[in-house]
Design a binder for this molecule. Structure first.
Ligand code: ATP
Ligand code: MG
Length: 307
């Protein structure tokens, strides 16, 4: 979305013929089947697909967060040039440093019995940005991180517990925690799907702002093509563990090559003009005020597209 990446430079993430087999009671499932893609600085690349298509397994496999004895990885994953598939320990050099994860559900990702401050201090300490003994430095860094994610009155929020903050504020806290290590690459697995639609836009704006300011690369995982088209430079459409089509977001939205992508497009909620005619054309639903009416009617084009 930001400055055009110079493709002569090494990608932040390069994935080649990546495969993940899960060993389950019912047998071996090839959840990710030979996917290849790359992300450069300042780029957002999105994997989109229906539930169970293998999006999270791809992300978790790249982060090596799948149980080693139950998930068999093959292919190549280079994170800022470090090959994390060849050596399982190599991920320790990059995870929580070059690479950070924004989890899906803030309510389960944060500890309910620890304050926001103590969870943020821990992330700052692990990132090596301040020592546990230097309370002043921890506090100053934590306040700065909360300011970056536009949380008002950060000093006050640090004393609070997760249940005292809204879902949107908690997702901002998770982003602040992810930023503690000044990562170059963020992996965001459905970062807005647990949020109210009115809050989603604010979080996506924040991610774009951080990307613009710091040139972060983002791997976005979503089942929502509406989210994908707002934020992505390129998208990969995933089905049954494989990419069925890949390309620039506008090209895929304008000219979907598969019925599967067309179905994902048709499921995007649209905000059309308020239609007060009681009986519209058959099969057509008037877009309601919340934009929650899904329709495949081309007359109701989507709003908020990436320019
Ligand atoms: N722990 C597990 N045990 C057995 N099968 C699993 C497990 N985790 C994932 N799978 C299977 O792997 C495949 C990919 O799942 P994955 O969670 O990656 O999909 P997803 O695209 O992230 O879906 P969603 O949109 O629902 O999050 C599915 O067929 C799923 O059933
Ligand atoms: Mg998932």
């Amino acid at each position: 979305m930001t400055a055009q990446p110079t493709f002569t430079e090494q990608p932040l993430l390069e994935v080649r013929d990546f495969q993940v087999e899960l060993i389950t009671d019912a047998g071996i499932i090839r959840a990710v089947d030979s996917v290849s893609f790359s992300i450069h600085r300042g780029e957002t690349v999105t994997i989109i697909g229906e539930s169970g298509s293998g999006k999270s397994t791809t992300a978790m496999g790249i982060l090596r967060l799948l149980p080693e004895d139950l998930a068999v990885l093959s292919g190549t994953v280079l994170i800022d040039g470090v090959d994390i598939t060849a050596d399982p320990k190599a991920i320790d050099k990059v995870r929580g440093k070059t690479l950070a994860l924004i989890p899906q559900d803030p309510m389960t990702a944060l500890s309910p019995v620890h304050s926001i401050g103590s969870q943020l201090f821990e992330a700052i300490r692990i990132a090596g940005a301040a020592s546990a003994k230097d309370k002043g430095a921890l506090q100053a860094r934590a306040v700065r991180l909360l300011e970056q994610v536009h949380i008002p009155t950060p000093e006050k929020q640090l004393k609070k517990y997760p249940h005292q903050l809204s879902g949107g504020m908690l997702q901002r806290v998770l982003i602040a925690i992810a930023l503690a290590s000044e990562p170059q690459l963020l992996v965001a697995d459905e970062p807005t799907s647990a949020l109210d639609v009115t809050v989603q836009g604010g979080i996506l704006d924040l991610l774009l702002e951080l990307q613009e300011q710091r040139g972060i690369g983002i791997l976005m995982i979503t089942h929502d093509l509406g989210v994908a088209r707002l934020i992505s430079d390129r998208i990969h459409v995933m089905k049954d563990g494989s990419f069925v089509e890949s390309g620039e977001v506008q090209q895929i939205v304008d000219h979907p090559a598969t019925d599967y992508t067309r179905a994902l497009l048709a499921a995007v909620p649209v905000l059309g003009p308020w239609d007060e005619t009681p009986a519209a054309a058959p099969g057509r639903h008037a877009a309601n005020a919340t934009g929650s009416s899904a329709t495949s009617d081309p007359a109701l084009t989507q709003t908020g597209a990436k320019p």
